[in-house]
Design a protein around this ligand. Structure first.
Ligand SMILES: NC(=O)c1ccc[n+]([C@@H]2O[C@H](COP(=O)([O-])OP(=O)(O)OC[C@H]3O[C@@H](n4cnc5c(N)ncnc54)[C@H](OP(=O)(O)O)[C@@H]3O)[C@@H](O)[C@H]2O)c1
Length: 354
């Protein structure tokens, strides 16, 4: 697709996901002169860090998309709906981290280690899934391949930076205020996020009782696995963590397995890291997951009282995972898509890819 190092535009470069995308591109050694950074008119002309230097922000409303091979769309969904068609019209390929095109049947929704084969058709527009969904399917895909999955029940523990840079600022502001004995009003969330947990800040559908985040986890995992009837029962909760989401998962398999079988399946997946040491109490945590490319999985155990076969194997297991939602849950996944789009892409970091 690209005959030389791709010219990459990062839209939303001042935000939580865009900054992470720039950090990864710099880590991967992509030269600064191949990367353009865009944000809103408010930020145009300011600088964002890139490696040891900086990039000047351009106004996303006036991006010279025809000068780019790839656009990494990391601005909010409403902005994506304007910028993505312009970039496609100008001839760039687009990887969109927003939810604008995820449910479009003509747009592949890709987690490279799970359904990366969809990139073989060289689509021009690819959607990167919701962060909680990416972490869930990345952790469960090795189990699904080995034993099949009949249903999933999942509760999320989602970091405030999942709501962007403003969520992070709010946690810091409200935590400082609370420690100073001040009852500061929330702005980014309806509930105070410091020293608190609350139902995910997306609207609840009065008919289904599901909030938008939960709906995304159901619809997107079904689309990624091409499993329209898969039973997924999520409860999405925001917790006072800066970065990296965690999930408590109960999975019902199609075929019985032992705990050792699950560990073996998970240990063989490069995008998963088993962190499960009851002797030392070392399990996945958001802090441990922050900055990691892999999803950390631990506390792997059979559901108590679930039926077992004559060999003691069960179909029902519980596990706990933590994953960096700005990295594998957003920027890294989008860049892994970009990398897989072209074998000739100048991003030479194959050891990072599943
Ligand atoms: N945060 C996560 O964990 C996560 C995970 C997966 C997917 N996503 C998705 O990734 C996208 C970005 O999320 P985020 O958390 O990084 O949000 P964020 O921190 O609020 O950043 C939003 C970015 O979009 C830019 N922007 C706003 N209006 C724009 C415009 N008119 N033209 C161009 N750029 C504009 C902002 O620029 P200014 O600074 O100039 O306003 C900023 O750079 C969203 O679609 C989100 O759903 C987020």
């Amino acid at each position: 697709m690209w005959s030389e190092a791709p010219r990459i535009g990062v839209v939303g470069a001042t935000g939580a996901v865009g900054r992470e995308a720039l950090a990864i591109l710099a880590e991967w050694g992509v030269p600064a002169d191949r990367v353009s950074a865009f944000a809103s008119a408010r930020s145009a002309g300011t600088l964002v860090p890139y490696g040891t230097g900086a990039l000047r922000i351009g106004d996303g409303a006036h991006g010279a998309w025809h000068e780019l091979d790839l656009v990494l769309q990391c601005a909010p969904t409403a902005i994506a709906r304007t910028i993505v068609p312009r970039a496609l019209d100008a001839g760039a390929a687009v990887v969109d981290a927003s939810s604008a095109y995820r449910d479009d049947p003509d747009v592949p929704l890709v987690v490279p280690g799970v359904n990366g084969h969809l990139l073989d058709a060289a689509p021009r527009l690819i959607a990167s899934p919701n962060c909680s969904t990416i972490l869930l399917v990345t952790a469960l895909d090795p189990i699904r391949r080995a034993f099949g999955i009949a249903s999933i029940t999942v509760s999320t523990y989602q970091a405030v930076s999942g709501a962007g840079a403003k969520g992070l600022e709010e946690l810091r502001r409200l935590t400082r205020a609370a420690l100073d004995g001040i009852d500061a009003a929330p702005a980014a969330f309806a509930e105070p996020c410091a020293f608190n947990c609350f139902s995910h800040n997306s609207p609840v559908d009065p008919t289904t009782g599901l909030n938008v985040e939960e709906r995304k986890m159901i619809d997107e995992s079904r689309k990624i696995w091409d499993a329209p009837g898969l039973r997924v029962n999520p409860t999405c909760i925001r917790v006072p963590v800066e970065r990296a989401h965690s999930e408590s998962v109960t999975v019902v398999l199609s075929r019985a397995a032992s705990t050792a079988d699950l560990r073996t399946a998970l240990s063989g997946a490069s995008s998963v890291c088993v962190v499960d040491d009851p002797a030392t109490g070392r399990f996945p945590t958001p802090r441990r997951a922050t900055g990691a490319d892999a999803v950390l999985v631990g506390r792997i155990r059979p559901v108590p009282g679930a039926p077992t076969d004559s060999a003691g194997r069960s179909r029902e297991f519980a596990l706990w995972l933590s994953g960096d939602q700005l990295r594998k849950g957003a920027a890294l996944n989008a860049l892994q898509i970009a990398h897989r789009l072209s074998a000739r892409c100048a991003v030479h970091v194959s050891h990072r890819f599943p």
